[in-house]
Design a protein around this ligand. Structure first.
Ligand SMILES: [Fe+2]
Length: 240
C-alpha cells in the first residue's frame, strides 16, 4: 500500500468530491510523518478542479490591488521585502472563509478543496482546527501561493511544531508546463530531500511542521513579471 521514493513514503489518494481518501488510514500517515518527517499523497485532487481554482485566484489578483495586510481576504506581492526575517519572493493570496470576508463566488470556488485539506490535516495531526477562531483565537488560514517564474523563492526556515503539528502542501502546478525548474526542499536528520520532480499537480506533501524547508528559485533565468501566471503554485493551510 505504501511505496517508497528515495525513503519518502508515497501513498495513493483520491478525492470523492468532499474529502481526500488515502490508500492507508490517517493513523498510518501520521506514523509516517512522525517517523520519517515526510509523506507524499499522489493524485489527491483532480488537475482540472485545481486548474479552475488557480485561474480564478489569479484573475482575482489581477483585478484588485495587492495590499500589505487586511482583516478580510487579500493578496500580497512580496519581492525580497527588506523587513522580512526570511528572504522570499512570492505572490500570496490570503483567504478568510467566513461570510463577509470573501467574495461569495471565490468562497464557492475554493471552499471544497480547502475543506478537504482541513479534514485531512486534522485527521493526520490529531487537531480539531477550523476556519473560525477557536477558544485560543487560532484558526486555519487558507492560502494560495505563486512562486513566479523569474525567481520566486523562499529561503530556509522552520516553524514551531505546535499547534499545527503537520503541514500540507498541495501542488497546483506542473513542472515542464507551468515552470521549468525549482521546488520545495526539506531537511530530515541532516539529509536534504527535493520534491522538484515528484510534487505533481494534485499531489500533497505532508511534513512534520518543525522540519527545515525552503523553495529553490523558480526559473531564475526568466524575467520576473507579476502579471504572468507562470511559476510554481501551491495551496497551504497554516493554523495559528
Ligand atoms: Fe514554511
Amino acid at each position: 500500500m505504501i511505496g517508497k521514493q528515495s525513503d519518502i513514503p508515497v501513498i495513493k489518494a483520491d478525492y470523492d468530491g468532499t474529502r481526500v481518501i488515502a490508500a492507508v488510514p490517517a493513523g498510518e500517515i501520521r506514523k509516517c510523518v512522525t517517523q520519517d518527517g515526510l509523506a507524499l499523497l499522489k493524485g489527491a485532487f483532480p488537475v482540472d478542479l485545481l486548474q479552475t481554482i488557480r485561474d480564478g485566484v489569479f484573475a482575482w489578483g489581477q483585478q484588485c490591488a495587492p495590499q500589505r495586510e487586511s482583516n478580510v481576504s487579500f493578496h500580497r506581492i512580496d519581492e525580497r521585502p527588506p523587513q522580512s526575517r526570511t528572504p522570499h519572493t512570492f505572490h500570496a493570496y490570503n483567504f478568510q472563509l467566513r461570510p463577509g470576508a470573501i467574495d461569495a463566488e471565490m468562497a464557492t470556488l475554493i471552499r471544497p478543496v480547502f475543506s478537504a485539506m482541513r479534514d485531512l490535516q486534522n485527521a493526520v495531526a490529531g487537531t480539531s482546527a477550523g476556519f473560525e477562531p477557536d477558544a485560543n483565537s487560532r484558526l486555519m488560514r487558507p492560502q494560495v501561493i505563486q512562486y513566479p517564474s523569474g525567481g520566486g523563492f523562499f529561503d530556509e526556515h522552520v516553524h514551531p511544531l505546535e499547534p499545527q503539528g503537520v503541514g500540507l502542501i498541495v501542488g497546483l502546478s506542473e513542472k515542464g508546463r507551468d515552470f521549468k525548474s525549482g521546488g520545495t526542499c526539506f531537511r530530515v536528520n541532516g539529509r536534504n530531500y527535493s520534491f522538484e520532480d515528484t510534487h505533481a499537480m494534485g499531489d500533497i506533501i505532508l511534513f512534520r511542521f518543525d522540519l527545515p524547508h525552503w523553495i529553490t528559485p523558480i526559473d531564475d533565468d526568466e524575467h520576473l513579471d507579476w502579471t504572468r501566471q507562470a511559476g510554481r503554485w501551491t495551496m497551504v493551510l497554516p493554523y495559528y
